[in-house]
Design a protein around this ligand. Structure first.
Ligand code: DOR
Ligand code: ZN
Length: 344
């Protein structure tokens, strides 16, 4: 395969941060994608529709006129979010989901949900009003091994949510294990999952290759090779259930290369090319357009994009670093050869 033409994709899971940092990264995404689901884990988190709409305006203002891009906003669930706010969100044409962060699971999740029992009425309202639930699916207790957190979350929490709310649309975000793949495949069309490019391309060896590599640290943490292979198979062979969500999560170089390095991998500037690399490894591009451009809109009940893009088999070198407001950002695959080139 030397050339691929496909409908312009959307990114169904993206961190843009805010203010100067957001301005530094948003056009990387807007150049590639038509739309993106914008994560609400700002400081403070986006817990009201008013906040989400104000954030949306700040994003729109930062988009270059040459980029035609629509941010799809989300709310951050807390123990005390009201069902009125859920109803308002469901009625808004700009808010498309609410995100469940188990408290303490990841970056800026301290205000997240401490126990699923605290959001029963909210989940019921989301089911009733048709607002999708986006799940960071990791159990958080200290006695659970970090590599087992996704599976334990499925067993202890996700299965229960699904049983209680069979009509709730759930996106199991950034899945990392064969257990998550199997779970999603066992469910009806109300359950789908996003997969990142980095979870398709690296396994946990990448964290330690040649020494500690903080630029490969994200949450959920990358897993064993057998899990990466299961993700590749899911993305490339099960059209409809899985779609692209980069989880591109910028942190400044000094926050990554520190005694307590932040979780997050930045891939937005070359996300589509990176997904193409992964599908090439899978040896099968037949579901590429479904994964990148069709399954997401179908799940979110949004129109399919009209524009097309072209990928060409041509090498280029990922920059060693990017600017990030006053700081520096190290992109995924920094300094390495990428074998697909995106032409607009
Ligand atoms: O690696 C991650 N980074 N995982 C998350 O869940 C959050 C994200 C971030 O916001 O930095
Ligand atoms: Zn994320």
């Amino acid at each position: 395969m030397q050339e691929i033409t496909l409908i312009r994709p959307d990114d169904w899971h993206l961190h843009l941060r805010d203010n100067q940092q957001m301005k530094a990264v948003v056009n990387d995404t807007a150049r590639q994608f038509s739309r993106a689901i914008i994560m609400p884990n700002l400081v403070p988190p986006v817990t009201s529709c008013d906040q989400a709409l104000a954030y949306r305006q700040r994003i729109l203002t930062a988009i270059a006129p040459s980029n035609n891009f629509e941010p799809l906003m989300t709310l951050y669930l807390t123990d005390s979010l009201s069902i009125d706010e859920i109803k308002l969100a469901a009625e808004s044409p700009f808010i498309h989901a609410a995100k469940l962060y188990p408290a303490g699971a990841t970056t800026n999740s301290d205000a997240g949900v401490t126990h699923i029992d605290n959001i029963q009425q909210v989940l019921e309202a989301m089911q009733k009003h048709g607002l999708p639930l986006l799940v960071h699916g990791e159990a958080t207790a200290d006695n659970i091994d970090i590599f087992d957190r996704e599976k334990v979350f499925i067993d202890n929490t996700l299965i229960k949510i699904r049983q209680q709310y069979p009509e709730l649309r759930i996106v199991f975000e950034h899945i990392t294990t064969s257990d998550a793949v199997d779970y999603v495949l066992s469910q009806d069309s109300n359950t789908a999952a996003t997969i990142t490019a980095h979870h398709l391309l690296i396994n946990r060896n990448a964290l330690f290759k040649g020494g500690m590599n903080p630029h490969h640290y994200c949450l959920p943490v990358v897993k064993r090779e057998q899990h990466r292979l299961a993700l590749l198979k899911a993305a490339s062979q099960h059209p409809g259930k899985f779609f692209a969500g980069t989880d591109s999560a910028p942190h400044a170089q000094n926050a990554k290369e520190s005694a307590c390095g932040c979780a997050g991998i930045y891939s937005a500037h070359a996300a589509i090319e990176l997904y193409a690399e992964a599908f090439e490894q899978a040896g099968d591009f037949s579901s590429f357009e479904s994964f990148m451009s069709l399954a997401g809109p179908a799940f979110y009940k949004l129109p399919i994009n009209k524009e097309k893009i072209k990928l060409t088999k041509q090498d280029w070198i990922m920059p060693d670093s990017l600017t990030f407001a006053e700081q520096t950002l190290i992109p995924f695959k920094a300094g390495q050869t990428i074998s697909w080139t995106l032409s607009q």
